[in-house]
Design a protein. Structure first.
Length: 139
């Protein structure tokens, strides 16, 4: 039903497979603070559960750690750095790019942020203080 979910799993699987082939034990993913908050709401809205990916996770089958070193950085700062640094951005070739549930969630949060001061910071803080697996130092 959801090709985005399948595609994400396939891309992550390919990345992890290559990391294993290269003898790596960690894969750094580029999730930023906005991604954390959006994922939290997507889990709530579409799965009916309070959840989010963890800052660090261990993948038993591949014996890899996934780390997310940009989680505390807002998306606008990431974009600004990329622009100022002249880094080339690889455009997602997916036909659904920009027309996804994540984009809908991003737009909803932008609207809500107009009425609720520091919404992203408050939600991110709530996630950090929560009992969501992986957010209290356990892996």
């Amino acid at each position: 039903k959801n090709p985005c979910s399948l595609c994400a799993k396939m891309r992550k699987g390919a990345l992890n497979t290559k990391a294993e082939e290269l003898g790596c034990n960690k894969v750094a993913l580029g999730h930023n603070k906005d991604d954390v908050v959006e994922t939290f709401f997507m889990s709530l809205f579409y799965e009916g559960r309070i959840n989010c990916f963890a800052p660090v996770s261990y993948l038993d089958r591949s014996k890899l750690y996934s780390i997310r070193p940009l989680m505390y950085v807002p998306e606008w700062e990431c974009r600004s750095f990329v622009t100022k640094s002249g880094i080339d951005i690889v455009k997602n070739p997916c036909l659904a790019d920009g027309n996804t549930k994540r984009q809908e969630t991003k737009e909803l949060l932008a609207e809500l942020s107009k009425d609720y001061d520091n919404l992203q910071e408050k939600v991110f803080g709530a996630i950090k203080r929560s009992q969501i697996k992986g957010w209290n130092g356990e892996i």
